[in-house]
Design a protein around this ligand. Structure first.
Ligand SMILES: Cc1cc2nc3c(=O)[nH]c(=O)nc-3n(C[C@H](O)[C@H](O)[C@H](O)COP(=O)(O)OP(=O)(O)OC[C@H]3O[C@@H](n4cnc5c(N)ncnc54)[C@H](O)[C@@H]3O)c2cc1C
Length: 467
């Protein structure tokens, strides 16, 4: 008989788990509160602009192997546009280009980095020193620094406050949604070891050319082909247990049964689906309340005319971190999207106040916006955008599978945990979410997860980046 798995949540982790289980011959039943798939990486119809807008621009990298595998299964890989060049706006008004040259990784960006006017010679020398340390230290270095922040590592490498503000934090805040002095050192190092030093392809930036929600359109048919179901607008109220085994979930007044239950909801939501005494006994669930979150603000602006020609700008050391050029429509209106990560101080502001601050920030990099009114504005605040990947929370990120029977005693059998906050080895990213879904599906079905890291280029490997 086909085995049924109940999957709570239709974000990336839920979609990934469903497709992997379907492939393993299981029947996945996906239950999603909202009327659409994608969770935190999705889009919505915006009445003001008349367009489908992403809740926020989502960036992927060449090293996102599991996400790319999922896009491949969905048949949407050709909807991703790749950018090798990064345009950095300097406070003096100029633009630096960071791009791979002819040399092999890890030296592929060395030439353009040398030409960047953003940093002084001394700052660049300091950055090279820290990069060299991470290159030679490999994965072992991450282990050594497990209990400390990336900022502590930068301090030990004697990085100046300007180098941190203009270079390190510009990258780390965007990649990890926390500044260097808060994020776990292992994630900061991972960003540079895998995306910057490991290989040329790993650091290439991918952007969807269609609204994010459209990427998941093929998922429903794939789930149904396996005999599974996708139920949108369906909230799970409770995970049902018999003795210490998960046997299904309650939605409204009915129970959905399954041989396995996979939850992909964030930790604060999961805490509400199980009674406290049960959570206390499962070593994976006892620390749910210790997770904290970091917000992201995305601001969509539509302009009456074209105000930007470059595909994007990284605003180094500025309060607005990125401007993405989303194109000009048939009426000549240009859509820009501004992203502010680790946006705690922006959260109390209303849309008018946000707009005033953003317009002020655009004056330098986009002088054509001065004196021009945007035709439509939409600010999207995501207060719980990502869990805060601090060193303190790392040991509390739970594995997918319950502990072996008799060893930990209390872990709930047949309950599998997924979501970007679980123990993926990644900060909160689309890649982490997909890896978690694959890992939970593999644990439930007893099949290999098939997750593979991107191999480092020959010279980078020889120097030790992945040791
Ligand atoms: C503004 C913003 C910008 C981001 N930018 C990037 C980026 O550039 N690059 C990147 O890699 N990552 C980015 N991320 C992170 C990325 O979006 C997440 O890591 C990823 O989408 C998490 O997927 P998930 O499936 O683990 O969780 P979620 O997407 O949260 O999915 C969980 C799902 O469960 C559903 N649910 C909750 N409770 C219930 C219930 N009781 N019953 C049924 N369903 C329920 C929710 O509706 C949701 O759909 C960003 C996130 C945000 C918010």
């Amino acid at each position: 008989m086909t085995q049924r798995a109940v999957i709570i949540g239709g974000g990336l982790a839920g979609i990934a788990a469903a497709l992997r289980l379907a492939e393993a011959g299981w029947c996945p039943i996906v239950l999603e509160t909202r009327k659409k798939l994608g969770g935190r990486a999705t889009s919505f119809p915006d009445q003001r602009s008349g367009q489908a807008l992403d809740n926020c621009q989502h960036v992927l990298m060449g090293c996102f192997t599991a996400l790319l595998d999922l896009y491949d299964r969905l048949g949407v890989t050709d909807q991703i546009e790749w950018h090798e060049r990064l345009y950095w706006y300097r406070e003096d008004g100029g633009v630096d280009l960071l791009k791979p040259g002819r040399l092999p990784a890890p030296l592929h960006t060395a030439g353009s980095f040398r030409r960047m006017k953003l940093l002084t010679r001394a700052e660049k020398a300091g950055i090279r020193r820290a990069m060299w340390k991470m290159l030679r230290g490999g994965r072992g270095l991450r282990g050594t620094w497990r209990t400390r922040t990336f900022g502590a590592f930068l301090d030990e490498m004697r990085q100046s406050s300007e180098a941190i503000r203009l270079f390190w934090d510009t990258i780390i805040i965007s990649a990890c949604n926390l500044p260097s002095h808060q994020v776990a050192a292992e994630h900061g190092m991972q960003v540079f070891q895998e995306a910057f030093l490991g290989s040329r392809w790993a650091g290439t930036m991918g952007l969807s050319t269609v609204p994010l929600a459209a990427l998941y359109d093929p998922a429903e048919a794939l789930i149904r082909e396996s005999g599974g179901e996708l139920r949108l607008g369906c909230s799970v109220r409770e995970i049902c247990l018999e003795q210490n085994r998960a046997v299904g979930v309650m939605t409204g007044d009915s129970m959905e049964r399954g041989q396995a239950v996979i939850t992909t909801v964030p930790p604060d939501r999961l805490g509400k689906l199980l009674p406290e005494d049960v959570r206390r006994n499962d070593r994976r669930l006892s620390a749910l309340s210790r997770f904290s979150f970091s917000p992201i603000l995305g601001v969509h602006l539509h302009w009456p005319t074209q105000v930007m020609t470059l595909p994007h700008l990284v605003l180094s050391g500025r309060p607005v971190h990125w401007i993405f050029n989303k194109g000009v429509d048939e009426h000549g209106r240009q859509h820009l999207h501004c992203v502010i990560s680790a946006a705690d101080e922006w959260m109390p502001l209303d849309e008018q106040q946000i707009l005033a601050r953003v317009l002020d920030e655009l004056k330098g990099p986009l002088p054509e916006t001065v004196g021009l009114e945007p035709v439509s504005v939409r600010a999207v605040k995501e207060k719980h955008a990502t869990f805060a990947a601090t060193p303190e929370i790392e040991p509390d990120r739970p594995p997918a599978a319950p502990g072996a029977v008799g060893v930990h005693g209390g872990d709930i059998e047949s309950l599998y945990l997924a979501g970007d906050w679980s123990a993926t080895g990644w900060p909160a990213t689309m890649e982490g979410a997909v890896r978690s879904g694959y890992a939970a599906a593999a644990a439930a079905s007893g099949t290999p997860s098939g997750i593979e890291d991107i191999p480092a280029a020959r010279v980078a490997r020889w120097l030790g980046v992945d040791r």
